[in-house]
Structure formats: structure tokens, C-alpha cells
Design a protein around this ligand. Sequence first.
Ligand SMILES: NC(=O)c1ccc[n+]([C@@H]2O[C@H](COP(=O)([O-])OP(=O)(O)OC[C@H]3O[C@@H](n4cnc5c(N)ncnc54)[C@H](OP(=O)(O)O)[C@@H]3O)[C@@H](O)[C@H]2O)c1
Length: 337
Amino acid sequence: MKKQMNAYEITCDGGIETLRSNQREIPSLTPNSVLVKIRANSINYRDLMTIKDPVSRAITFPRIPNSDGSGEVIAVGENVSEFKTGDRVVGAFFESWESGNITQGAMTSARGGAAEGLLCEYAVSPECGLVLVPDHLSFMEASTLPCAGVTAWHALVEKGCVKAGDTVLIIGTGGVSLFALQFAILHGAKVILVSSSDEKIRSAKKLGAWEGINYSQTKDWHNAVCELTAGGVDHVVETGGPGTLPQSIEATRLGGHIWLIGVLTQGQMDPINIMRKSIHVQGIYVGHRSMFKSMNSAIAANKLHPVIFESFGYAMAKQAYLLMESATHFGKIVIDM
Ligand SMILES: NC(=O)c1ccc[n+]([C@@H]2O[C@H](COP(=O)([O-])OP(=O)(O)OC[C@H]3O[C@@H](n4cnc5c(N)ncnc54)[C@H](OP(=O)(O)O)[C@@H]3O)[C@@H](O)[C@H]2O)c1
């Protein structure tokens, strides 16, 4: 087998333009690890931010970017029992967070951040850093699951116990938001989605969204949400951050839930209505491997397909980040290795 592989590397804080594909040693297999030939990656807003601002994220150079990759097992260590050569696998966002509460150790195993990412030809992983790909999904579809999929599942299903008849407010039409839309619908909930674009709202309605509000045209969108729901939604999947949180609080019913996920916007917020409305606010940081397996069972049982907007070849990876930066996408952007 060859000794060297191609791997993109973040080597400085120069942004997308300075991202380079370099030659690296293929990592060595150990008795407890699995060697995977990477077949696809998907990118997340977090990966874009890591490339644009690695210094404030304390990234060690050179660092392979991207948390999300899928591929084929080509060798297993002698102590590995869960996987075999030929298995189709996808990496978990955290290389080592099997279950339970998040720990400092799990946080330092975040791929494409504190730990090496997967925008490379080969990777070794401990067993607890991988799950099997549902049979009906392609490698590209599977690569969309680890960050955006698991985050949405963690919020709405694991923590939120979303159920038929619940109302869910979703902000934007990126990766996390469209998985949240699909999982909410899967559980019989009604989704209101706010977006910058009428065209994206039309596409979200085709996927089953109940209502859509263009936040560029309707600045007071929280009032529209309250009118639609007679006082506010049960759940908000808060991908917007400080700039959208004040309106999300207004759009939540008394005793409702806000799942705090994103940091797309800047702003100031006054927490007083969280107290007055007895709103439950919970921070979500992706999720553990056990949740990933549960999510995959639901995806397999319902033959659900992730929404892929566009794919790029390995050599065109920079174009994928530029597209994400433009925020014109609807769903996931993937890299076909
Ligand atoms: N906590 C976690 O574990 C976790 C996990 C994954 C992601 N995140 C965070 O969640 C956010 C979304 O991530 P992603 O990967 O899904 O991003 P993404 O695919 O890039 O989607 C971003 C979408 O958000 C919408 N948006 C952009 N600016 C907005 C604004 N000012 N107000 C409202 N919506 C806006 C846009 O959709 P429209 O054009 O339709 O408005 C945009 O396409 C990011 O902040 C990311 O860091 C956190």
C-alpha cells in the first residue's frame, strides 16, 4: 500500500485562499483503530469559520479541516470487533464521545478543530469515532450526517422529545435547519421556517414545511410566528445566535424550548423574557455516538435522504467553502473525494 496521501491543510490564518492540498504520511493502523479510505466530505459553517479564523479557535498548524467524512474500511486493528474490511462507515463529529454528558476529553476530540479533520484520502479512527452508513445512503449523503444531522437530532428528538402536533420554528435553510425540518416532520410536528429567500421558502414547503416567513421582508417575523401559533411555538431550533435570539424568545410560547445551536449573527439580548415566559434554553454541542446510531436507525427506517445542494470534486474544495460563504445554498454542500 502507498505510504503518502493527499490532505488539505490549514497552515495559517489567511482564510480559504491559503488552504492547500499537501502530501502527508498515511496514518498508521494501531491494534484498536480502523483505517478508512475517505470517499466523501460535507462542510459545515463551523468548518468555514475554522478556516477563516483558526487563531481565535486555537488551531494547531498544520490542521486537516472538516469534521464530516464517510468512507470504506480498508483495514482493522487486531482488537477491533465492531467493524470489518469493506464496511461503509461515517465518522462521528467527536472521535471519542460514546454516550452520557459531554466531557472536556470529548471536546478535545472534535474533528477538524482540536483533532485532525477528514478532508484527506485516509484516516485512522478508534471504533467509537465511527458508525455504519445506512444502506440506502450514498457516501456523499452519509457525509452530511455527523455534525448537522446529529445536532438537529440531539436538539429536537433526544432533548426536545418533539411529538405530533408540536410547532417548531426553524431559522434559515442551511444544513442544521433542513435536518431539523426533516426530523420535525418525521415526528408529526408543524414547522415554521424563516429564511432570506422566497425561493428557499418554496423549496422548504416542498419538503413539508407548514409556513415560511421571509425575514428580509418581514422584519418583525416573531409577530407573524405568534399569530400563526396563537402565542408562540413549542420549540425553536436557534441557529441564528445573538442577532435572532431576541425575536426567537418573543416567538416561543410560555414554557417553550429554545435549542441554542448557532452563532450566525451578532447582537445583544435581554434575558428577562426567558424568565417571565418560563422558557427552557438549552445549549446543544453536536451529540454523541449513541445518538448518531439512533438517528441512523430512524433515517434507515424512513428511507430519509439528506438534502444536498451541490457537490465539488476534491481539487475544487475551496469552491465549496466559497459557496457556503455566499449563503446561497439550500441544505448541504459536499466534496466527492
Ligand atoms: N452547536 C452545535 O453543535 C452546532 C452544530 C452545527 C452548526 N452549528 C452552528 O449553527 C449555525 C448553522 O450551521 P450550518 O452548518 O447549518 O450553516 P449553513 O449550512 O451555512 O446555513 C446557514 C444558513 O443560515 C441562514 N442565515 C444566515 N444568516 C442569517 C441571519 N442573519 N439570520 C437568520 N438566518 C441566517 C441562511 O439561510 P437562509 O438564506 O435561508 O436565511 C444560511 O444559508 C452556525 O452558526 C453553526 O456554527 C452549531
